[in-house]
Design a binder for this molecule. Sequence first.
Ligand SMILES: [Fe+2]
Length: 292
Amino acid sequence: MTTHDTPPEGIRRKTLLKAALLALPVPLLIGALPSVAEGTTPHGQPLTPTPFCDDGDHVTPAQTEGPYFKPNSPLRTSLLEPGTVGTRLTVTGYVFGLACTPIPNALMDFWQCDNGGVYDNAGNGFRGHQFTDAMGRFTLTTIVPGLYPGRTRHIHVKVQAPGRGVLTTQLYFPNEPRNASDTIFDPVLVMNVTQVGSAKNGTFDFLLNVPQNPPTSAPPTTRPPTSAPPTTAPPTTRPPTSAPPQGTWRAGVAYATGAQVSYNGLNYRCLQGHTSMVGWEPPNVPALWQRV
Ligand SMILES: [Fe+2]
């Protein structure tokens, strides 16, 4: 059974952000996020694009490095080793710059204590660095860190966009009793954590103080559909609900990379995991669907 911890309000907003990002086609993620919020004033003047990831939060705050950082951690996304004890934890998320464009190849260096609250200061246990992928995403496979005196549960991380400064900070867990008494704890840095079987999944998106040139506009074919039906839609003889597309593709489905669907007699393979939406039918978004 899956249960959910209750995150603070601000964290739930981050969750919405990520859900929206996961639903965006690749071209939007790479270069056109701010255009989502574009519009015009009553006088027809273009509004300044509102960064898509600006949900009221500011850049991810820095926190103390603490006494246990070591340079030259191994390159690895999983900190698990044979015999590792502890509750399995997978942390995923994005790294953004100030224009809310995901940052590929950002260096992320994680370190944490073990299940018993002990840091490996002699070796590289529970230490590892990785780079965000082409979509600005990261995945860390580890365990829920233990507790040690004076601190609440946390994971240390350094995040660095290519050629930019290093953000040193920490990630926290919701509903931890010690969150209230840890003077370093910052609720802005709490992950959204869900229980999945015997393991936990955490999500967190970093917003770095890194200037970016906002993209001007997205090609028309890559714009997401608005929530309202287009007024210029051709009339149909039957309500849309009774005229589903011919084939297996459906809106509102979380398609994984490699998934195959048919649409109007043609077969397609999913190139990028996403949640499908009306307007993003396979023929319309070649960045997401490839003819096979
Ligand atoms: Fe620590």
